[in-house]
Structures are given as C-alpha cells and as structure tokens.
Design a protein around this ligand. Structure first.
Ligand SMILES: Cc1cc2nc3c(=O)[nH]c(=O)nc-3n(C[C@H](O)[C@H](O)[C@H](O)COP(=O)(O)OP(=O)(O)OC[C@H]3O[C@@H](n4cnc5c(N)ncnc54)[C@H](O)[C@@H]3O)c2cc1C
Length: 510
C-alpha cells in the first residue's frame, strides 16, 4: 500500500513571521522540478531576474517521455498528429471536467516550445529522439478513439561527450539542461529552502516567505510568483480527501519522498486561491508481465478474486489499474497460456521480437521466485491463486469465444489484444498498480493564472506542472504519452516568458 506523510489540508494563514532579510526579484519560482526549472530558465532567458526556491538539495526529475505536438522531429519522421483530435481526446479522458482552453494551448504550442529546447540540446551534448521504444506504438493511432495513442513522446539522450550528469531517468537530462541554462542566464536557485507562505496585498501576490539555513527570508516580486510545487502524491490526508482510490495502489514510486505535500495548494488557499474542482487523475502504471521488463504491457485475460472478468484489459495505464484498485479485495490476476510468445508477437508485432530471446527462462524464473503462478491445468492454477475453479473455467470459455470472434462483446478489447487461454501449462500473475504521481492543484484560468472561488484571477500568481489544476481530471490521458511532462514544460516556458516580458501567454481562447 502507498505510504505517505500527513499534514493538515487547510491551514490557517500564518502570522507574518519575523524575517531575517528581504530581497527583490522579478519572478520567484517555487519548486525546482521539471516545471519550475523550465519556468526559471524561460523567465531568465527573457531577461527577468529570477529566484527559484527548492526545499531539497537539488532539482527533482524522473521519467523519460516529454510529449509535444508538431515538433520538427515529428515532421521529419512524417508524423502529423491531428491537433483537434488530440485536444478532444485529452478532454474526453477528463470526462469534460478539465479546462479545454488549457489543453488547446498545450496542443497548439507544445511543438514550438519543445523545438526551442531541442535546438539547445546539442550545446549540452544531448540529442532527442521519439520514444517509440516503450510508449507510443507506431500504429496505435489506428485504434478506436479510447485506445488511440499518438507518437508524441520525445526522449532526451546523452551523447558520449555530454557534460550532463548521467541518470537512469532521461527527463533528468532535460531538467539539468534547463537548470544549467537558467544559471547561465543569471537565475538563482536557493536549495534547501522551503516556501512557507505567499504575501498578498490587495488583489495581487507580491512576494513569498521562505525558510532555509539562513533563516526566514522574504522575497518581494516585481512581476509574479510561479507555483511549481508538484502534486499531492506524498500527502495522505489530501489523497484521502480527493482521490482515495489511489491509496489502493501497491506501491508508490514518486521521489523524493516529502516533495509532493501539496504545499502550493496550502499556500494558495491561505491567500484566497481555490482548489481545482476537477477530480485528480492519478498516474498509475500496471505491471502484469515483468518478465520482459518495462518494455511492453501485455493484455491478458484478467480476473478478480471471484474468477470473473471485471474490466477492459488493455494494459496501459490507467485503464486497467483504475479498475484493479476498485476490484473486490483489491486484487486481480492476469491469466495466460503456454502460447504466450505467439500472443505477445500478435499484440506487439513491431516491438516484441527484441524480447523473445530467453523469454521462457525469464518466465520460469518468475515462477520460481513466486511472482508468477503456474498450473498444469486451469483448475490447478485456480487453486494456487485462490479463485473458484469453476468460475475461472467459465470465464475462460467465454473469453476464448471472443478471441475466436476477434471482438470482445463484454468489454470491447480490440482483437489484437485478445489472447486465448487454451494450451497448458497455464500461468497467472498479480496485476500490480504502481503509483507514479498524483497531480492535483489550484484552480487556474486559460493563462494558468491562479483563480479564487469566483473564478477571478489573482494578480501575480501562476501555477504550473502538477500544481496546475484543471488540466487533467479523472484519468491520465495516455492518448498522448508524456503529456504530464509535456504540459509542465509547455506552461513552464509560456508562463515564465510571459511574466518576464509583461505579456500574457496568449492561452487559447475560442
Ligand atoms: C518514476 C516516475 C516516472 C515518470 N515518468 C514520466 C514520463 O515518462 N512522462 C511523464 O510525462 N511523466 C512521468 N512521470 C510524472 C512526472 O515525472 C511528474 O508528473 C512531474 O515530475 C511533475 O513535475 P513538477 O515539476 O510539476 O513537480 P515535481 O517534479 O514534483 O517538482 C516539484 C518540486 O517542488 C518542490 N517543492 C514542493 N513544495 C515546496 C516548497 N514549499 N518550497 C520549495 N520547494 C517545494 C519539490 O521538492 C519538488 O522538487 C513520472 C513520475 C515518476 C515518479
């Protein structure tokens, strides 16, 4: 189960504490994650004086994919994502709760924004590719709308001569690049410094109180404060209140622990900002076939503890994990047969070949470790995993019928993801739900400016990255792999630059 820290959601406005010093800058950015670093870089590059405060000793970065629509790399590869369709699908994933204008701005501007950073990459010894290796499938835009995935994921890669630090997270290469560029443009980063409260005078935010080794300091801002404090992944009380389902995930891989306490929400609320009215959209990966590593999520027949199907088993997040976390007993098993190599090749014709060598040995190792279950007959497998054998048998027969027909009449799993369960021995694995991040933030307008309960923008206060509410809702839109980083980078750049230049971000308006 997910472990999180506790803090109070609604805290009273603190008394203005004694500060040991005051400084002034154009733009203060709170949080040095991918969103905050991009905003600091962008504002500094446009000539603003910038202070970015970060509670930990360095910036935060994880993951790989950064989504954009319409980059030069995509054009060169002949990829032309239909922006109207992409916007509509992201919006539909939110059940129409999100702010469509924010989504349109992201889709319309992300290509141009990422191209700017792609053009900087070579100076830092980085190159950029489309990440077809793991997320976007070359032909998945041919699937029906609810399963469509576009080739939006960009990945920064270190070349041999790069001066960028090595990391297992490709996004860290991007973040270090913008961090260094921000420094080169004169931005200051105050690490080990926590923003405690915002200062609001009249209709405007005019500064922020921060605490670090030097004591408590007041940063007065000439142009504005950009909140980039991340989501609520580490705050149990907030998750219980806004997204209790996420507490049923098996593990949480967000880091550093304690970074995402929802501080931006708390600070915003204290000065009259409203929390997003959208339901949070947890980013929860499924794992059901670890033998091939994270490369491919396979779609197997999946049953609950009663041996019954309960969801559409297209195994990318969050389609299957949302259902798993609401299954009785919070458990579900993927079931497959001995023809699994054939099935994987049918599901992933372009990619599966690279995983075939040594696959049987890897599967048997998982069985020996106790991570997979194996039975000579279905009945034996059912007994091992503790589901009623007759119910499992019945479910398998019905499922196999859909496999033969090439269409699943119960849940609509597309033919290519249906894999019959016929040839023993039979296998099962638990479907694991892996919580990466839980984005939830402040209510913002189409310019990402923070608003109050009456939808009135608060002067000088912006929210980007996971503390930007209203962009995702209900479900993370895997239709555009890397959308989370993509919106962090896009709004980071647009907001940082607009504040520096005293313009607005020209967020999409019909
Ligand atoms: C393992 C993993 C893999 C992922 N892979 C992908 C992927 O491939 N593609 C994708 O799109 N997304 C991915 N994600 C999600 C994505 O990484 C996050 O959504 C993204 O990092 C959010 O960025 P952010 O800048 O909004 O917040 P964060 O990266 O969380 O940064 C917020 C920063 O603010 C700091 N902070 C918070 N409060 C304060 C305060 N009061 N004062 C000072 N500092 C403060 C925090 O310490 C932190 O450094 C992944 C996430 C994980 C955990």
């Amino acid at each position: 189960m997910v472990t999180t820290r506790s803090s109070s959601i609604l805290q009273p406005r603190p008394h203005m504490q004694e500060t040991v010093s005051q400084v002034c800058c154009d733009v203060a950015v709170i949080g040095a994650g991918i969103a905050g670093c991009t905003a600091a870089q962008s504002a500094a590059e446009a000539g603003a004086s910038v202070i970015c405060v970060e509670k930990f000793g360095t910036y935060t970065a994880h993951g790989a994919d950064i989504a954009a629509v319409g980059t030069g790399i995509q054009s060169a590869a002949g990829i032309n994502i239909d922006g109207r369709l992409a916007s509509r699908l992201i919006y539909q994933w939110s059940q129409q709760q999100a702010n469509y204008h924010l989504i349109k701005t992201f889709v319309n501007k992300s290509g141009q924004v990422l191209d700017h950073y792609i053009s900087m990459a070579a100076d830092y010894g980085l190159r950029v590719i489309l990440n077809d290796e793991m997320t976007a499938r070359p032909d998945w835009d041919m699937l029906e709308d609810r399963f469509k995935q576009f080739r939006s994921a960009h990945k920064f890669i270190r070349t041999k001569n790069s001066t960028i630090k090595d990391s297992k997270w490709n996004a860290a290469f991007f973040v270090e690049m913008v961090f260094r560029s921000a420094l080169e443009h004169g931005a200051e980063f105050w690490f080990n410094t926590t923003a405690e409260s915002l200062i609001r005078e009249g209709d405007c935010v005019t500064g922020v109180i921060v605490a670090g080794r030097e004591g408590r300091r007041r940063i007065n801002v000439r142009k504005g404060v950009i909140l980039a404090t991340g989501g609520i992944t580490d705050n149990r009380e907030m998750i219980e209140r806004w997204c209790p389902l996420a507490l049923r995930a098996d593990k949480c891989d967000n880091f550093p622990v304690g970074g995402n306490m929802g501080d931006g929400i708390i600070m915003g609320q204290q000065i009259g900002a409203a929390v997003s009215r959208c339901n949070p959209a947890p980013v929860i990966h499924p794992v059901n076939f670890s033998a091939i590593g994270p490369g491919i999520n396979t779609s197997w027949l999946t049953v609950n503890r009663d041996g019954q199907r309960f969801c559409c088993e297209v195994a990318y997040e969050p389609i299957i994990t949302n259902a798993r976390m609401n299954a009785p007993g919070n458990v579900a098993f993927a079931i497959w047969d001995s023809d699994y190599k054939k099935h994987i090749l049918k599901q992933e014709p372009q990619k599966a070949l690279q995983f075939m060598d040594g696959l049987e040995a890897a599967v048997e190792r998982e069985v020996a470790k106790g991570d997979y279950y194996k039975g000579e007959t279905l009945r034996e497998l059912a007994e091992i995993i503790g589901v009623p054998p007759d119910a499992l048998q019945k479910t398998v027969e019905r499922y196999n019928k859909w496999c033969d027909m090439g269409f699943d009449e119960d849940f609509g799993v597309p033919g290519r993801f249906l894999s019959p369960v016929r040839k023993g021995p039979f296998y099962a694995s638990k479907v694991t739900a892996w919580l990466l991040t839980l984005a939830h933030g402040l209510h913002v307008d189409h310019n990402s400016q923070v608003c109050d309960e009456h939808d009135k923008p608060i002067g000088g206060l912006y929210a980007i990255g996971n503390v930007q509410g209203d962009f995702f809702a209900n479900s993370y839109p895997v239709t555009l792999p890397g959308a989370n980083h993509g919106r962090c980078v896009t709004f980071g750049r647009l907001v940082g630059r607009a504040l520096a230049l005293d313009t607005d971000i020209n967020g999409y308006q019909p």
